[in-house]
Design a protein around this ligand. Structure first.
Ligand code: KG4
Ligand code: ZN
Length: 343
C-alpha cells in the first residue's frame, strides 16, 4: 500500500510517499521560513501564496524520489486541520484533485494525529537499539506529549485512533512560548531552534524562572513564564551576551521541566509503560535528553522520532492515513479544511 501524502498546514509545503504506514520512500519539505523571517512570524497570506507556487513541484519531486509513477499510487492523503485555513486549502485541494483524477481513496488526516504517528515510521538512521527492537515504534497504550507551535497536549493513546486528552495548554503553546521569548530578546525567528542552540552555551540554573502549575494536574500554562522573562529583562540596567545566554538557557530549562514532569506523572498515574514525543518542540535537545533520563530512572520506555520527523512533514500524514484506511476511514472529496480541528 503506497500512499501519497501532502501536508501544508502551516509554512512548510511537504509531500511524501509512504509504504505500508512504515517505510518512507520519499519525503520532500519546502520551507518558507526565509519569507517570514523578516516579519518575525508567519504571515498567513504569504504562506498560502508560497504553497501555491511550489506544491506541484514538491509533489512531482516526492514521486520521482520514490521512483513511483502517479498511477501506481494506491491512495492519497492530506492534512485537513488544524492549521492556517489558507495554507490547509492548498494541500487539501491538490490532494483531493489527484485522488479524483486517479479514482483512488482519499484520506483526510488530523495534523496532531499525524505528529503522533511520526513515532510509527521507520527511517534512517537506525540505532543499534532500534534494530534490536525490530524497528521504530511504540506499544499501546502510551502517553504522547504533543508540543508544537500551535499545540501543547498530553494524550493517552489507547490504540490506533483511540485518544484521551489528559491535558492541554490554557494559554500559549510550548513552541509559541519559545518563539515569543526569542522575538522579545531579539534573537531571531523561529525561536525554538535558535534558543536550543544558544542554551547549550548558557547556565540553565542561573535564573529560577517559575514552573507554572508543575504539580497541578495535566494542563499547561506558558504565558506566565514568558511574562516572567519580560519582567526580569525590564528590571535590568544592562544586558550582555552572557546574561542573555543564561536567560535563554534558564527559560528553556523551566519549559522543559514542566513538560517532562507532567509527562512522567501521567505515565505513572495511568500505569502506562511507554512515552512518545511529537511535534516541532520535540526537536529540542534538552527535552529529548531530560525526558529520556527521567524515563530511564522510572523504568519507562521512550519513543522520540528523529528531528526531521518531529517538525512538520508529509511522511507522518502518510503513516496516519495508512492506519485510518486500514480501519475503512476514507474521506469524501467534499471534506473541507477545519482550522480549529481537535483530536
Ligand atoms: O510542529 P511544528 O513544525 O509546526 C506546528 O505544527 O506548529 O512546530 C513548530 C514549532 C515552532 O514553535 C518552533 O519554534 C518549535 O516548533 N521548534 C523548537 C525546536 N525546533 C522547532 N522548539 C524548541 N527547540 C527546538 N529545537
Ligand atoms: Zn505541526
Amino acid at each position: 500500500m503506497k500512499i501519497l501524502a501532502i501536508e501544508t498546514s502551516c509554512d512548510e509545503t511537504s509531500a511524501s510517499v509512504v509504504e505500508n504506514g512504515k517505510h518512507i520512500l520519499s519525503s520532500v519539505v519546502a520551507s518558507q521560513v526565509e519569507f517570514h523571517q523578516k516579519y518575525g512570524g508567519i504571515v498567513p497570506e504569504v504562506a498560502s501564496r508560497k504553497h501555491i507556487e511550489v506544491i506541484a513541484a514538491v509533489v512531482k519531486q516526492a514521486l520521482e524520489e520514490a521512483k513511483i509513477p502517479l498511477k501506481k499510487i494506491d491512495a492519497v492523503a492530506s492534512t485537513y486541520g488544524p492549521g492556517l485555513v489558507g495554507s490547509l486549502i492548498v494541500g487539501l485541494s491538490y490532494a483531493k484533485a489527484i485522488a479524483f483524477a486517479l479514482k483512488k481513496p482519499f484520506i483526510a488526516v488530523n495534523h496532531i494525529e499525524g505528529h503522533i504517528y511520526a513515532n510509527f515510521l521507520n527511517s534512517p538512521p537506525f540505532s543499534p537499539s532500534l534494530i534490536k527492537r525490530g524497528g521504530r515504534g511504540v506499544s499501546f497504550p502510551f502517553i504522547c506529549l504533543v508540543v508544537s507551535g500551535g499545540h501543547t497536549q498530553l494524550i493517552l493513546v489507547k490504540d490506533h485512533g483511540k485518544y484521551e486528552t489528559l491535558g492541554r495548554t490554557r494559554d500559549d503553546a510550548a513552541g509559541e512560548a519559545f518563539d515569543k521569548v526569542a522575538r522579545f530578546l531579539g534573537i531571531g525567528y523561529p525561536g525554538g531552534p535558535i534558543i536550543d542552540k544558544m542554551a547549550k552555551e548558557g547556565d540553565a540554573a542561573a535564573i529560577d524562572f517559575p514552573r507554572a502549575m508543575i504539580d497541578e494536574g495535566y494542563d499547561f500554562s506558558f504565558s506566565g513564564l514568558k511574562t516572567a522573562i519580560v519582567n526580569y529583562v525590564k528590571k535590568l540596567r544592562t544586558m550582555n551576551d552572557e546574561l542573555r545566554t543564561n536567560i535563554v538557557a534558564s527559560f528553556q530549562q523551566a519549559a522543559v521541566d514542566i513538560l517532562v514532569e507532567k509527562t512522567i506523572r501521567a505515565a505513572k498515574n495511568r500505569k502506562v509503560k511507554w512515552i512518545a514525543l511529537a511535534g516541532g518542540v520535540s526537536a529540542n535537545s534538552r527535552l529529548r535528553t531530560d525526558l529520556r533520563s527521567r524515563a530511564d530512572k522510572e523504568g519507562l520506555s521512550v519513543s522520540i522520532p528523529p528531528i526531521w520527523l518531529c517538525t512538520d512533514n508529509a511522511a507522518m500524514i502518510g503513516c496516519a492515513a495508512y492506519y485510518l484506511l486500514k480501519k475503512g476511514k476514507k474521506s469524501n472529496l467534499d471534506i473541507e479544511a477545519v482550522s480549529t480541528l481537535r483530536i
